[in-house]
Design a protein around this ligand. Structure first.
Ligand code: NAD
Ligand code: AKB
Length: 315
């Protein structure tokens, strides 16, 4: 079996993808890498410290493990990106270009995530289509849109097999989020199970597209296993699962914790959220490679609370 290298494996998505890929393909075939020390959940397989901005070290690892596939998950996300736009652009773009170039020379497949952040204030807000107006106004969104164009370019010009999904906000219980606008939808659960109230940085009626982590991992692996000729979109596919506002997720959590309350104190992230769509049309992904979500708001909340409560008991 050819070996896969994951860049940014200690992050919110990387932790979960590493666990699932190791389960499917064997521990030794999945090389987790990150700037940080390995988190305990992925300490059971090969791990290398890697700053993806260090091209030499990246190429040493590709050769050392005879890597044929790379999942590139390292990025600065939307909220953090606004604190240092130049660095966010540098990391998000340089790292992608390094990996796309490696795709020309020695890789068989590359996975690189995009985001609903590619859309902007002029994008139609409801059921946003695969192909539509895109005018992102965060450095993160601009870097994702530019990245999508580069992925398509490298595929068309050099035949690089690079694949991508435009994830909505991802919600999981194993790892904490790393500086996005949708992070509140994970943080809220940690407050609910400890009996605290939650102060939300978005206003109560701000609706955003979201997805439970198992669906995101399934979509990613399904896309990567699809025969190349069926992957017709080489920029990035819209994928969707659910949309809700902070007040709607609060009401769902109150079914389990009736005394739980959310207060609202919108900050700079409110403007970012308002520039993104409220719901996404993912018909193209459903048609091209059979994408289908398993989790809606009700099932996601039930699953999150059950897992987090169980972890508290074992802590
Ligand atoms: P995260 O911030 O949780 O994780 C990113 C990881 O990359 C971290 O472990 C970090 O240590 C590592 N990293 C940072 N700089 C690095 C460097 N120079 N070299 C190597 N590693 C480095 O992010 P995430 O939420 O897991 O997101 C993963 C990818 O998915 C990103 O491209 C993100 O834009 C995309 N995405 C995430 C979401 C979401 O809701 N989590 C939604 C849409 C798209
Ligand atoms: C963020 O909020 O920045 C991410 C994303 C939707 O890309 N969760």
């Amino acid at each position: 079996m050819s070996k896969i290298l994951i860049v940014g494996a200690c992050g919110q998505l990387g932790t979960e993808l590493t666990i699932k890929l190791r389960e499917l393909k064997g521990n030794d075939n999945i090389i987790a890498t990150d700037l940080r020390e390995p988190v305990s959940l992925i300490a059971d397989g090969p791990f290398e410290k890697l700053d993806i901005l260090d091209k030499t070290q990246f190429h040493i690892l590709l050769k050392k493990y005879e890597i044929k596939e790379v999942y590139h998950l390292a990025a600065v996300l939307s909220a953090k990106g606004e604190q240092d736009p130049q660095f966010a652009w540098h990391l998000n773009m340089e790292s992608l270009m390094t990996i796309l170039e490696a795709g020309r020379e020695m890789l068989q497949k590359i996975y690189w995530p995009s985001s609903i952040a590619v859309f902007g204030p002029s994008t139609p807000n409801q059921n946003t289509q695969q192909d539509t107006v895109m005018d992102p106004n965060t450095v993160y969104g601009i870097s994702k849109l530019a990245g999508e164009r580069w992925c398509e370019y490298y595929h068309k010009k050099y035949g690089v097999d690079v694949r991508s999904l435009r994830y909505p906000g991802l919600i999981g219980y194993r790892a904490l989020p790393g500086g996005g606008t949708t992070d509140y939808a994970v943080d809220i659960f940690h407050k609910a199970i400890t009996g605290d109230s939650f102060e939300c940085f978005l206003s109560e009626n701000t609706i955003l597209p979201m997805m439970y982590m198992d669906d995101a991992v399934k979509a990613t692996i399904d896309l990567m296993e699809t025969p190349a000729e069926n992957v017709k979109v080489r920029s990035s596919y819209n994928v969707a699962a659910m949309s809700f506002s902070p007040s709607q997720i609060t009401e769902e959590i109150q079914k389990y914790y009736p005394d739980f309350i959310t207060t609202y104190s919108p900050d700079f992230r409110q403007k970012i959220a308002e520039s993104w769509p409220a719901s996404i049309d993912d018909t193209v992904a459903r048609t091209d490679w059979g994408w289908k979500n398993d989790f809606n708001l009700t099932k996601m909340v039930d699953t999150m609370l059950r897992h987090l409560k169980r972890e508290m008991v074992f802590d």
